[in-house]
Design a protein around this ligand. Structure first.
Ligand SMILES: [Zn+2]
Ligand SMILES: [Zn+2]
Length: 234
């Protein structure tokens, strides 16, 4: 535990713009020539939406207690989002260190509370999870889907897949929306503005290791007492 704290120390201070711009250019220079931001956004969206459609097609004669399973799963996914963000994206955790390096020293150094906007579409790459991420989520949650299919009901398995895929797609779309320039019509939406402020506070380097880990709805932050309510330095 002590070791992980030392790991993240250098990034817990807001860097001057020149340093942040340097990191930004270094990361963008590593973008492969074949990179297409629209494909990066479209692939997880289409993958997720296709599985939601397929899963909903599997539903048959859903009972009330099966529908009641949906909010429960969404709450658990929200707590899981909090856990992955706090304990994997902000702490070097074997064997997923690559996720830490991409998030804390890159995403958090480049985007800070008062400078959250992407400057070009190429910067989708600095915000979205890798395109294969949603496939990895589908595969790693497959044991739960199979267990529900075999030991509970086919409806519960289908609803679980729809929730997990829907949650992942929402995460991607919301996170991208928070990093849009303020002039973008999507960024002007009142609900998005509130959610985006919650995430912007998390982008204060001095606060990011302890507060506001939910990127979607801040339910787990509320439940686990990690919603930041203190003062904000200029
Ligand atoms: Zn962010
Ligand atoms: Zn973070």
């Amino acid at each position: 535990m002590a070791c992980t704290k030392v790991d993240t120390k250098p990034w817990e201070v807001t860097q001057p713009l020149t340093k942040r711009d340097r990191v930004r250019s270094e990361v963008l220079e590593r973008t492969p020539s074949w990179y297409n931001p629209w494909v990066h956004l479209a692939f997880p969206s289409l993958f997720g939406l296709s599985f939601i459609a397929l899963a909903l097609g599997w539903l048959h004669d859903v009972q009330w207690y099966e529908w009641a399973f949906v909010p429960l799963v969404l709450m658990l996914l929200n707590v899981n989002e909090w856990h992955i963000h706090r304990n994997i994206l902000h702490r070097r955790t074997w064997p997923l260190e690559a996720l830490f390096w991409r998030h804390t020293p890159e995403h958090h150094v480049i985007f800070v509370r008062d400078d959250m906007a992407m400057r070009s579409r190429q910067e989708f790459r600095l915000v979205l999870i890798p395109a294969y991420g949603i496939v990895a989520i589908f595969v790693t949650t497959l044991p739960i889907t199979i267990a529900l299919w075999m030991f509970a009901s086919h409806n519960l398995a289908a609803l679980f897949v729809a929730c997990a895929m829907g949650y992942t797609v929402s995460y991607e779309w919301l996170h991208l929306a928070y990093h849009l320039p303020a002039t973008n019509p999507i960024a002007k939406n009142g609900v998005l503005k509130r959610l985006s402020w919650q995430h912007a506070v998390h982008h204060t380097p001095e606060l990011m290791q302890r507060w506001n880990f939910n990127v979607t709805v801040p339910f787990a932050d509320w439940l686990l007492g990690t919603t930041y309510r203190g003062p904000l330095a200029d």
